[in-house]
Design a protein around this ligand. Structure first.
Ligand code: F6R
Length: 608
């Protein structure tokens, strides 16, 4: 949700800002803009639409300056049009501001400020911040920011510059991500590490509820009350190549193809000397884990789907009652939680607002939180009691792919670990599971070889209006995830359903035009699922089935089949989702849609 950047130093400021914005574009791409200060002048360039249009504008109307800020927007309040595009200015056009977040009390603040004569130009909630700063500008920019943040409720991260104080960028954060870095001659701020990766080797994770003043060779951090906050730097852990598309046309395709390597790395890191290693940051003792009587997993979107797979395998291997909740529901439902309940958050970004709120809800009740998180040092990482790193590497494509399969493999290891601790998994069974997991990377490679066959199926169905996805047991989640992938990047109405539940409603949708993706690898519910496929056929629906190689019976009932290798039932959700990722990708590209920038979406959902 919105990317913010700022730079002060001797490099070409607009180029640095644009370079950083390109790397943060996945956070939002409705509109973008920059503001630079040059010789006592504040110059703004902004456009609704893609970042490439801002780049064009800057080429046509070049700017230069000593420092600047930039923004790429995911609209919450106000359409993506020029007046709502950041940077936002104060009445006198001397202060420029870029914001990520939501100001919940903006309407009352706006009334107050308008009554004092401030003129608002946008419909954004964020604009109140720049006018609040303007109100106190006589006290200096840093103090004005401190007074402004005290009036705000909601979550925010922002950067602000002022003509008369052009030796500094002032930033603040409350429950929204922000990092900064500085060296002798320059300094920068960004929503995340990818915004500064090409300039700095080290970053500072700005502590929550603090204000940062950045200058050339200078960084001071204070809390909202004005007390100094100590900070440490950490190494930049990603390389430019990790966040570039390489030879792939889209990040999504690159990330689908990265899965064998990612899964191989996880399996190699988690199995050491025939034992499970969940990493140094698990931080919850074996004694504590043994005492757990219930697990509540809370997550959003694709991570929630991984949680559904987690429920099945944790209950199967460890016999611990496990619930999976959508974070936006969990946070408000006042769930019954006792002291032996372990709360788990699953999040690729580690910054999903609802998942953070769910985690805090648990902490208020003094419950332990163990999180699976991909982005290290993210809010979820920092606020959890224990962490299992997802280890998917940077995921830029808005549609999550490699993080999903990586989340499932990590949940698999956690479930086995709990199973061993509680005596439900024997050493011999563990060996069997290890062998199943070790085969996965190679099996995913084999499925990726079917890319052109899957594309051929995509060609047949890319103009379908609706899709139904069905699965049972462990692959109920696969059906949900396949449907989510398709709808979010192709805008086709796709419904994922538990196949056994189909006859209680969705069966009414099936006619001779309806493609029905049926996930039916060999499993304990194979026969049941096969009967469901027959029910689809009897209504003239068109089954496209994901099957275990050599399965003639499902093939006989289906119009098209996509074979996956023979595997342990518990790894089948990892394998079966790969063809569905490719199917969604090809359908969207055949429809000439922008796969990496699907409409209305953004990668990191930092607002509620
Ligand atoms: C779908 C997708 C989203 C995310 C969801 C949670 O492809 O990417 O549904 O899975 O927004 O995000 P994280 O995992 O970052 O908390």
């Amino acid at each position: 949700m919105c990317g913010i950047v700022g730079y002060i130093g001797s490099r070409d400021v607009p180029s640095v800002l644009l370079g950083s914005l390109w790397r943060l574009e996945y956070r939002g791409y409705d509109s973008s803009g920059i503001a630079v200060i040059s010789n006592s002048e504040l110059i703004v360039r902004k456009v609704p639409g893609k970042l490439s249009e801002l780049e064009e504008l800057i080429k046509r109307k070049p700017v230069s300056g000593e420092l600047g800020i930039g923004h790429t927007r995911w609209a919450t309040h106000g359409l993506p049009q020029e007046n709502n595009t950041h940077p936002l200015l104060d009445c006198n056009e001397e202060i420029a501001l870029v914001v990520n977040g939501i100001i919940e009390n903006y309407l009352s603040l706006k009334d107050e400020l308008e009554a004092k004569g401030h003129i608002f130009r946008s419909l954004t909630d964020s604009e109140v911040i720049v006018h609040l700063i303007e109100e106190h500008a006589g006290k200096g920019l840093t103090e004005a920011v401190r007074l402004a943040v005290k009036k705000l409720t909601g979550n925010f991260a922002f950067a602000v510059i002022k003509i008369s104080e052009r030796n500094k960028i002032v930033c603040a954060r409350h429950d929204a991500p922000l990092i900064c870095c500085y060296s002798e001659k320059e300094a920068a701020v960004a929503s995340d590490m990818s915004g500064v990766v090409s300039i700095f080797d080290e970053v500072i994770d700005i502590p929550n509820d603090s204000i940062v003043v950045l200058g050339r060779g200078k960084c001071s951090i204070t809390n909202f009350q004005g007390r100094e906050v100590k900070f440490t730097r950490r190494k930049v852990t990603i390389a430019v190549k990790d966040i570039d598309k390489g030879h792939y046309p889209h990040f999504m395709l690159k990330e689908i193809y990265e899965q064998p390597k990612v899964l191989h790395n996880i399996v190699s890191e988690r199995i050491i000397d025939s034992r499970i290693q969940l990493g140094e940051e698990l931080s919850i003792s074996e004694e504590e884990l043994k005492k757990i009587s219930r697990i509540v997993i809370q997550a959003c979107g694709t991570s929630w789907h991984a949680g559904l797979v987690g429920k099945y395998i944790i209950e199967k291997f460890a016999r611990i009652h496990t619930e999976v909740d959508i974070s936006s529901e969990f946070r408000y439902r006042d769930a019954v939680l006792d002291s032996d309940t372990l709360i788990m958050a699953i999040s690729q970004s580690g910054e999903t607002a609802d998942t953070i709120a769910g985690l805090r809800e648990a902490k208020v009740k003094f419950l332990k939180v163990l999180s699976l998180v991909n982005v290290l040092q993210s809010s979820i990482h920092r606020e959890s009691d224990g962490i299992i790193g997802i280890m998917a590497g940077p995921e830029i494509g808005v549609a999550s792919t490699k993080a999903y399969t990586a989340e499932i493999v990590n949940l698999y290891f956690l479930a086995l670990h709990l199973g061993i601790l509680r005596g439900f998994v024997s050493r011999a069974q563990l060996k069997e599971h290890f062998s199943a997991l070790m085969k996965v990377p190679e099996q995913v490679e084999q499925i990726l070889k079917l890319d052109s066959d899957i594309k051929a199926i995509a060609e047949i169905f890319c103009n379908s209006r609706d899709f139904l996805f069905l699965g049972r047991g462990l692959n109920y989640a696969t059906a949900l995830e396949g449907a989510l992938k398709l709808k979010e990047i192709s805008y086709i109405n796709a419904t994922g359903y538990a196949a056994g539940e189909m006859k209680h409603g969705p069966i009414a949708l099936i006619d001779h035009k309806m493609p029905v993706v049926c996930v039916n690898p060999r499993s304990s519910v194979y026969e049941k699922m096969l009967s469901n496929i027959q029910e689809v056929v009897a209504r003239k629906g068109i089954p496209i089935s994901v099957v275990t190689k050599g399965d003639r019976r499902t093939k006989g009932a289906s119009k098209h089949v996509i074979p996956i290798p023979e595997c342990h039932e518990c790894v089948s959700p990892i394998l079966a989702v790969i063809p569905l990722q490719l199917l969604a990708y090809h359908i969207a590209t055949l429809k000439e849609l922008d796969v990496d920038r699907p409409r209305n979406l953004a990668k990191s959902v930092t607002v509620e």
